[in-house]
Design a protein around this ligand. Structure first.
Ligand SMILES: [Zn+2]
Length: 274
């Protein structure tokens, strides 16, 4: 068993048993981006409670299993269609951002690639630049992915105050990984049982593009997903004969290097076994 980090998982939607199974599989840290709840919240105060849950409560549930819990704050792309609500939520973020467990602004992004989503994306980027925060970006699903990723990369490139290596482009697939890496960003491959990227497809991409600035995550949430997807990837890599140093770089060292750019992050607090 090797220690690993799941850099994108929505633990508030998972059970305590999942924390235990992840700890048994070697998980020592999770990073939880702010996300859609499965329904549209009725107003900004719903986000205030969600941010309280992410920054003040979830880490206790994780700590019981020796897992460090960190999080990201934003209004997700699905609810960003409501620009007025989004602005109220963005205004609330500075109240929570200085909490030690917060890594930055995310997962911001696009869903259906609409004008309102782009407006809210840009306003999040402006806040991240203002506060000198890391950014975690959700790229759209399936038919909207290629176009949405292009739009996102253009908008990030035009925000000159944010260096490319301070942005993680998540849910990359075969057709979007290269432009994101070429732009100087970190990338995340999401290991889903059916859509996005399977462990085998992720291992293929590692073999094609190497291990620089690449990480893998489960993006486990309340939907069809697997909180043990990162160990599945480790298993796939081992079965292909990749060495432990390569596997550790992708599943531990790389997410750590990205997170270390956050001034609040203290990696020495991780409980790392043998
Ligand atoms: Zn997510």
């Amino acid at each position: 068993m090797s220690n690993y980090i799941d850099p994108h998982i929505h633990m508030v939607s998972r059970t305590t048993d999942d924390y235990k199974r992840m700890a048994l599989a070697g998980c020592v840290m999770v990073s939880e981006p702010a996300f859609w709840a499965g329904f549209d919240r009725s107003g900004p105060e719903g986000f205030r409670d969600y941010f309280r849950q992410l920054t003040a409560y979830e880490k206790n549930r994780a700590a019981a299993y020796g897992i460090a819990h960190h999080c990201w704050l934003c209004i997700n792309a699905k609810e960003a269609e409501n620009v007025e609500l989004s602005r109220a939520v963005i205004k609330m973020i500075p109240e929570f951002i200085e909490n030690d467990c917060v890594l930055g602004i995310g997962e911001i992004g696009l869903n259906k690639n609409t004008r309102n989503e782009a407006t809210v994306f840009l306003e999040h980027l402006d806040l991240a630049a203002e506060l000198d925060e890391l950014v975690l970006v959700h790229t759209p699903h399936l038919v909207d992915k290629y176009q949405g990723t292009r739009m996102i990369l253009d908008m990030v490139r035009d925000e000159k105050r944010i260096a490319p290596h301070r942005v993680l482009i998540d849910h990359v697939e075969e057709h979007t990984i290269k432009p994101a890496l070429d732009a100087g960003h970190w990338v995340g491959m999401t290991l889903y049982p059916i859509s996005k990227c399977t462990p085998a497809r992720a291992a293929d991409m590692i073999e094609m593009y190497g291990t620089e600035r690449i990480m893998v995550n489960s993006a486990g949430d309340w939907g069809h997903s697997d909180p043990l997807a990162v160990p599945e990837f480790i298993f796939e890599m081992r079965s292909r004969g990749h060495d432990e140093a390569t596997i550790r770089k992708i599943t531990f060292d790389n997410p750590l290097s990205f997170f270390k750019q956050c001034r609040r992050f203290k990696p020495e607090k991780l409980r790392i076994g043998g």
